[in-house]
Design a protein around this ligand. Structure first.
Ligand SMILES: CC(C)(COP(=O)(O)OP(=O)(O)OC[C@H]1O[C@@H](n2cnc3c(N)ncnc32)[C@H](O)[C@@H]1OP(=O)(O)O)[C@@H](O)C(=O)NCCC(=O)NCCS
Length: 183
């Protein structure tokens, strides 16, 4: 069964395997497998604090983090920012996501965003901004599959690719059922 959950120490081993995969492709370099492995509970606790606006610096938007789980295994991560600041409005959007490299191209990306949109609706967001680099074909397809309405493409300082900005209506999201067969 595929579902979204808030980060939990229950998925420590498969999260760390996923993290090793991300790091091999140069992502998630801010995390150390050794350090997380030694104190996973603190890592999970810190992620849970990111939603608490009263303890965040004024320029940091509160966000919620979710993990996609299939058959008790960590598959990917999704963040929902509960508001937009200037950076998120132009570049980052309300929702960001990634599927661990060994599980890509099996439909999990589409499913992750689908479940994330339902979650966003539960959190009170009616319309969300989702963005991707113009050369990120997989993410572009994931967004369009989930009803993304193209807004515009903006250039981003320091990036070779323009950012494509899409709006998605969360009010039409049905209960978090699986939308596509996962292969
Ligand atoms: C983008 C990402 C989430 C897609 O996840 P995924 O699980 O591979 O996506 P899906 O399996 O649901 O694929 C959706 C579609 O994109 C296609 N696709 C996926 N990756 C692709 C790639 N690298 N090149 C071309 N097409 C790709 C799939 O074939 C599928 O096409 P279809 O609808 O015609 O069958 C994943 O590649 C990823 O995590 N990338 C790194 C982080 C990232 O880019 N996050 C998004 C930031 S905006």
């Amino acid at each position: 069964m595929v579902f979204l959950t808030e980060p939990s120490a229950q998925y420590k081993e498969s999260f760390l395997q996923g993290l090793r995969e991300f790091k091999r492709e140069g992502a998630m370099q801010q995390y150390s497998v050794t350090r997380l492995s030694a104190d996973f509970d603190t890592f999970v606790y810190r992620l849970s604090l990111e939603r608490n606006s009263h303890i965040l610096p004024p320029n940091i938007v509160p966000q919620m983090n979710f993990w996609l789980i299939d058959d008790d295994t960590y598959i990917g991560s999704l963040r929902i920012s509960l508001a937009l600041n200037d950076f998120l409005r132009r570049v980052g959007g309300h929702i960001g996501y990634q599927i661990r490299p060994s599980r890509r191209c099996r439909g999990y990306g589409r499913e992750l965003l689908h479940l994330g949109l339902f979650k966003a609706r539960e959190l009170g967001l009616e319309r969300v901004l989702v963005t991707c680099d113009e050369d990120n074909i997989g993410s572009k397809k994931v967004i369009e599959y989930n009803g993304g309405q193209f807004e515009d493409a903006v250039s981003v300082e320091g990036s070779h690719a323009r950012k494509l900005r899409y709006w998605i209506d969360c009010t039409t999201q049905k209960d978090g059922e699986t939308i596509c067969p996962l292969t």
